[in-house]
Design a protein. Structure first.
Length: 290
């Protein structure tokens, strides 16, 4: 049974004030069992008034829980930052900067920066574990994002994205320059374990991938088939493409090639946590390293 994401009321009860957010950061990053890095005595820290810091009661050394996080060097409320992360983990199609601007009352420039910092952090937390393994199925496909929708030369203005998805598992994406073999193979070998069963369409660039230690199966879309006689399909990765494009076209309208990788990281994070949506926010809130 899949549990639902946290509700807005649960979030507000959990982080009612700025102090509650800062205390959470301090506990996650430092806890209560550590030695002061300056005097070496057992930790005994208290909050410094009017600062985002805690001070050692022995030597007055200060630590800043926001240092090295997306909230470092920002005057925006921590509660606003936490709320933006809440929004990112409770939506399927992404969060527009204009929505953040309206809901927390910041400038568009600030909202845009907050969204991009959260996207980068989501990609960092999600990571890129190797996919597949002996006997495991990995679907690989490429898609075109942005640019002109129709007309002569429209493909030249689109950005190419390579997707690799373990069957019923995680997805990994990469922005690539072209769909040539010399471009595709290094990404596949880096992210897919040898011995995996690779499913692709009949793009000629994939033809010799079996020489790299994989079992290769294809499905012929030109014949209107989406599952081959022996079960090969790329329907799962195409489902992810549909979700990605609904988010880009419906929520963001347009995403530049320069920032597309950040949006991909955001959608990867949500997809890879689709079976545990109630843990998405906690994963973000507890992944700050000291």
């Amino acid at each position: 049974m899949i549990r639902m994401t946290q509700t807005l009321r649960q979030f507000q009860d959990r982080f009612p004030t700025e102090e509650a957010c800062l205390d959470h950061l301090f506990q996650v990053r430092y806890g209560t069992d550590f030695e002061c890095p300056k005097c070496g005595r057992p930790a005994k820290y208290s909050r410094v008034k009017a600062r985002r810091s805690y001070q050692c009661n022995w030597c007055a050394h200060q630590v800043y829980p926001t240092a090295g996080t997306p909230f470092d060097r920002t005057r925006t409320s921590l509660r606003d930052w936490f709320y933006v992360m809440f929004l990112f983990t409770t939506t399927r199609n992404g969060v527009a900067a204009k929505r953040v601007q309206r809901e927390i009352g910041v400038t568009y420039k600030t909202a845009w920066r907050m969204c991009h910092e959260v996207r980068k952090y989501m990609a960092q937390v999600d990571g890129d574990d190797a996919l597949g393994g002996p006997g495991e199925v990995v679907e690989i496909d490429e898609t075109y994002v942005g640019g002109k929708e129709k007309g002569q030369g429209s493909m030249k203005e689109k950005t190419i994205v390579l997707g690799m998805m373990e069957r019923d598992g995680a997805v990994t994406t990469r922005v690539i320059e072209n769909v040539r073999r010399v471009t595709l193979f290094p990404h596949i070998c880096e992210n897919v374990l040898p011995g995996s069963i690779i499913n692709t369409d009949e793009l000629v660039s994939y033809k010799s991938i079996s020489l790299r230690g994989y079992r290769h199966q294809t499905v012929n879309h030109r014949e209107g088939r989406y599952v081959s006689d022996y079960g090969a399909t790329v329907n799962s990765i195409e489902g992810f493409w549909a979700l990605l494009k609904r988010g880009i076209h419906g929520t963001h309208i347009h995403v530049s090639p320069k920032h597309l990788s950040k949006y991909l990281g955001e959608f990867e994070f949500r997809w890879n946590h689709r079976h545990t949506p109630h843990l998405m926010l906690d994963r973000l809130l507890y992944s700050f390293t000291r």
